[in-house]
Design a protein around this ligand. Structure first.
Ligand code: ZN
Length: 257
């Protein structure tokens, strides 16, 4: 590239950067080229939906499916802090922060739900997994928070058990993804679970893990019933921390693969 075209290239980049900075927020953050996650397709699954507890949607919530292990429901309303801050709102806010970080690193990011509203429900957990299959995601990360006893704190990851015809195609990669989340998040400073050994829970009956055909992990990022975790979860700065920790885990996964 000669000096003149380099100068014009710099000018074009500057104009593009200005354009992006001034653009309104949109459902799909445009991916930044040249990042460490260049071209990776990542599905963020912010657990639950505010309206799952709305009696109006009782019928939708009562749908069930066999998930390879047991028959389970469409979705649940999730947990909340003792002061009533709902898991659905927490995971939604963390997901939006995480989307920003992933997009800045060059990933193409989609979310399993597009709102956080008492007037919306679902999608059902099996449909969240099918979303990942449909876009052939390089990773699906489900964000949840636990509702355990008050002395329990910290994050852990969930990976599927081996179920022939269901998880046999992903059980290994899912274990690698869970391991990378655990290592990356711990290294970035996320408080590790003090009640789940090695921060890993192997689950036979988590619907999204069983229905997914792509690398998938569920992360319980903290315990909403623990006062220390809740203090972090209810502030914007704390929510940003959770997003950064999840981002570090995802980066670790792709750095290893
Ligand atoms: Zn949950």
């Amino acid at each position: 590239m000669n000096r003149l075209s380099r100068t014009s290239a710099v000018a074009v980049v500057a104009v593009l950067a200005l354009g992006l900075a001034g653009a309104p927020a949109r459902a799909h953050e445009p991916a930044a080229p040249g990042g460490s996650l260049d071209g990776k397709v990542i599905l963020i699954d912010p657990g639950h939906q505010l309206g799952n507890s709305n009696p109006r949607f009782a019928k939708q919530m009562s749908q069930t499916r066999f998930n390879g292990a047991i028959v389970k429901g469409c979705n649940t309303s999730g947990t909340a802090t003792n002061s009533g801050f709902p898991e659905a709102t927490f995971t939604w806010r963390v997901a939006k922060q995480l989307r920003k970080l992933l997009s800045q690193a060059g990933a193409r990011v989609e979310l399993t739900r597009t709102s956080n509203s008492y007037d919306a429900w679902g999608p059902c957990v099996w449909d969240r997994a099918k979303h990942a299959n449909r876009i052939n995601a390089d990773a699906m990360v489900s964000i949840h928070a636990d509702g355990a006893s008050s002395g329990s704190r910290g994050f852990f990851a969930m990976a599927p058990a081996f179920i022939k015809g269901w998880t046999d195609d992903v059980v290994k990669v899912d274990r690698r993804l869970a391991g990378a989340m655990i290592d990356g998040m711990t290294a970035a400073g996320a408080p590790p679970s003090n009640y789940i050994g090695n921060q890993l829970m192997v689950s036979r009956d988590t619907t999204s893990l069983n229905f997914s055909n792509v690398p998938t992990v569920t992360v319980e990022v903290g315990n909403m019933r623990n006062s220390q975790d809740a203090a972090l979860m209810t502030t914007r700065a704390g929510q940003r921390k959770y997003a950064e920790w999840l981002f570090a885990g995802i980066q670790r996964f792709f750095a290893r693969s």
